[in-house]
Design a protein around this ligand. Structure first.
Ligand SMILES: Cc1ncc(COP(=O)(O)O)c(C=O)c1O
Length: 302
């Protein structure tokens, strides 16, 4: 094989482009035109040929399949190749190692194609099989976090289905979990059911608010997908599904810096050369600027 091709919601394309560069292989990446521009450019910066298509990763998949048929490229679509799930097992290995060889009670993961969740499920099971964890250790309850704008797994789990029906109009700014028909749906659903887990749909407004919260309270610039997982964990804690004394691992799968247009926070104030900062101690609130001009308003600090 000289050329790998894959459809991607974005980040996998950049990752495969990097591996392809190291391996001396051509990489063709097809992604939705709505993919944040830094992610597109990351794949291109690693030498990949990047194509944009209207629609979702499912539409990108059709284009890749056609290219593979015509040019004999290797189809590196999620779960059509055997390696990615093996790589994602390392998330399970690392979390157990970092917890001192204990399993958490709950793992919350932002689920798109599902390889991360399936990989961790497989990896933890293998740790039991080789005796690095007790053979009878109960696996953590897995939680799939999705956007309410594209939640095929949440719907299928609620309906008791073994496969997830395609989501009709996938809409979310959390690009990585905008996957309307995950190929491994039946494996994701098995992982959730066999671990007594669940799936949670988070509205995009809550994802955005959680990005802001993570930044302003923890100093973590999380990606929208990670914020969806964090919001799902909060929902489950509020509802009592997660107990106060439980160990919960929430995966933030990327940096928010890749999503420039969705970054929370106030716009900076612009000072003229030599101008000092003037702070109004008692307001105004509601974003009205105490003086201008500036790129955004903020209440005074005093
Ligand atoms: C940032 C981010 N989080 C989560 C996911 C979903 O991962 P998975 O396909 O393993 O469910 C993706 C996939 O593209 C992603 O880019």
């Amino acid at each position: 094989m000289r050329t790998l091709a894959l459809p991607t919601a974005g980040n996998a394309g950049a990752a495969w482009a990097a591996y392809g560069a190291r391996a001396g292989l051509e990489v063709v990446v097809v992604m939705p035109e709505t993919t944040p521009s830094v992610i597109r450019r990351e794949a291109a910066a690693c030498g990949a040929d990047v194509y944009l298509v209207p629609g979702s990763i499912a539409d990108a998949g059709d284009v890749v399949r056609d290219g593979c048929d015509r040019y004999g490229w290797y189809d590196a679509s999620t779960l059509k190749e055997p390696y990615r799930v093996e790589g994602k097992k390392t998330m399970g290995f690392e979390l157990v190692e970092q917890l001192g060889w204990r399993l958490p009670d709950v793992i919350v993961y932002p689920t798109g194609g599902g390889v991360g969740l399936i990989g961790m499920w497989k990896g933890l099971d293998e740790l039991r099989a080789v005796g690095w964890l007790p053979a009878d250790a109960p696996l953590p309850r897995f939680v799939a976090a999705q956007s309410a704008g594209c939640a095929p797994v949440v719907r299928a789990l609620a309906e008791g289905a073994e496969r997830a029906a395609p989501w009709e109009r996938p809409e979310t700014f959390a690009a990585g979990i905008r996957v309307p028909r995950p190929l491994g749906d039946f494996l994701i659903l098995r992982a959730l059911r066999e671990t007594s887990g669940t799936a949670v749909a988070v509205p995009d407004e809550a994802i955005a608010a959680t990005m802001e919260l993570a930044g302003a309270t923890e100093g973590m610039v999380v990606c929208p997908e990670g914020a969806a997982a964090l919001a799902a964990a909060a929902t489950l804690r509020r509802g009592g599904w997660i107990g106060a004394d439980q160990t919960v691992v929430v995966f933030n799968t990327g940096t928010g810096l890749l999503y420039e247009d969705s970054l929370p926070g106030r716009a900076p104030w612009r000072l003229e050369a030599g101008e000092a900062i003037t702070v109004m101690v008692d307001g105004p609130q509601d974003g009205a600027a105490p003086r201008g001009p500036r790129e955004g308003g903020r209440p005074g600090r005093g």
